[in-house]
Design a protein around this ligand. Structure first.
Ligand code: CU
Length: 104
C-alpha cells in the first residue's frame, strides 16, 4: 500500500517538476532513516512525531539550512539544491544525527 501511495505521489511530482519528496521522521529523539540518498531538486519533509519540539539544521556548504523551532506534529519541507553530503543535526537534542547524500 505504501509503495502505491509513493508511486502515485512520485508520478504527480514527476509530471510537474521532476522532483521527489522524501520523509524523515523525528521519533524518540531519533531521525529515521539515519541515511538517505536523494537527487538535486528533491524535497525533504521533516515530520516531528514526538510530543515535544525538535529542530533540524546543517551547516554543510552543499545545502545549508535551519528549520528553526519545530513544534510537535509539525511538518517542515526543505529542498536539496546542490549535490554533496549533508549532515543533519537537531539543535535541541545533540545526539540526533543523520546524513543525506545528494546526487545530480
Ligand atoms: Cu530533537
Amino acid at each position: 500500500m505504501k509503495k502505491i501511495i509513493l508511486l502515485v505521489s512520485t508520478l504527480t511530482w514527476a509530471a510537474s517538476i521532476h522532483a521527489a519528496e522524501h520523509v524523515i521522521k523525528q521519533k524518540d529523539k531519533t531521525f529515521a532513516p539515519e541515511t538517505m540518498k536523494v537527487k538535486v531538486g528533491d524535497k525533504i519533509i521533516f515530520k516531528n512525531n514526538d510530543g515535544f519540539a525538535h529542530n533540524a539544521f546543517s551547516d554543510n556548504e552543499a545545502n545549508e539550512f535551519d528549520i528553526g523551532m519545530q513544534k510537535p506534529g509539525q511538518d517542515v519541507t526543505i529542498e536539496m539544491k546542490k549535490p554533496g553530503t549533508v549532515e543533519v543535526e537537531c539543535a535541541i537534542h545533540p545526539n540526533m544525527h543523520m546524513t543525506i547524500e545528494v546526487v545530480e
